[in-house]
Design a protein around this ligand. Structure first.
Ligand code: SAH
Length: 216
């Protein structure tokens, strides 16, 4: 029976994530706890708990919940981890990450999106997330090294400089492939012998573009 605190669409949301194979309890809890309706455009609130990507400002998208849960699960986060996200967008993925690790640095090239995401994350008291206006192809040296890196915009290839930002035994997940068609989610593990790449599933993301956006 749906309870007063658990509306039916939220129960279906959890159920569909489980059905599609998400089994990490911590990830499922985070997906349950973060109110996705706060991250979509006000006119899309009614669709916030559906398993689909939605348009946000600046011509970008908030990813499909299954893909957010899947990428998060594949990161194998631990509470002590420091995580870099490239492509803050709405801030939804960053809010999920914030519940599962020590610190999140999230980079976004649109000022409007960075500002809005920062506000939402403050409202939800995700105090361990820092949103930076910047280019994920040019991560500031001062940001240091990361246990995990998640890229949420499609890259033609993963820059070696980004891989070098992984700590030993670190994991990076990124959609790789041509823009404006399907890409493959790639998982890279930094081992003592180098970088091991494993293709996961096909996905569709907006492109990663260089530089800070000139439009707001
Ligand atoms: N993770 C987001 C969805 C990302 S959409 C969410 O949970 O809502 C992809 C985002 O990547 C867009 O906002 C886009 O502006 C941003 N982006 C694209 N190229 C980038 C780059 N080089 N550096 C930083 N952000 C980038």
């Amino acid at each position: 029976m749906p309870s007063a605190t658990q509306p039916p669409e939220k129960m279906m949301f959890q159920l569909s994530l489980r059905r599609r194979g998400i089994s990490d309890q911590a990830v499922l809890h985070a997906m349950e706890a973060v109110p996705r309706d706060l991250f979509v455009e006000p006119e899309d609130r009614a669709y916030a708990w559906r398993d689909s990507a939605l348009a946000i400002a600046c011509g970008q998208t908030i990813s499909q919940p299954f893909v957010v849960a899947y990428m998060t699960e594949q990161l194998q986060l631990r509470p002590g981890h420091r995580v870099l996200e490239i492509g803050t967008g709405s801030g939804y993925q960053a809010a999920i990450l914030s519940r599962l690790c020590r610190q999140v640095i999230s980079m976004e090239r649109f000022k409007t999106l960075a500002d809005r995401a920062r506000n939402r994350l403050e409202q939800l008291r995700c105090d361990n997330v820092e949103v930076l206006l910047g280019d994920g192809f040019d991560v500031p040296a001062g940001a240091g090294q990361f246990d995990r890196i998640i890229v949420t915009a499609a890259m033609r290839e993963i820059p070696q400089a980004l891989l070098e930002r992984l700590e030993p035994d670190g994991i990076l997940i990124a959609p790789v492939g041509p823009q404006h068609s399907a890409q493959t989610l790639i998982r890279v593990h930094r081992t003592k012998d180098g970088f091991e790449r494993k293709p996961l599933v096909d996905v569709r993301f907006v492109p990663a573009l260089p530089g800070i956006a000139r439009e707001l």
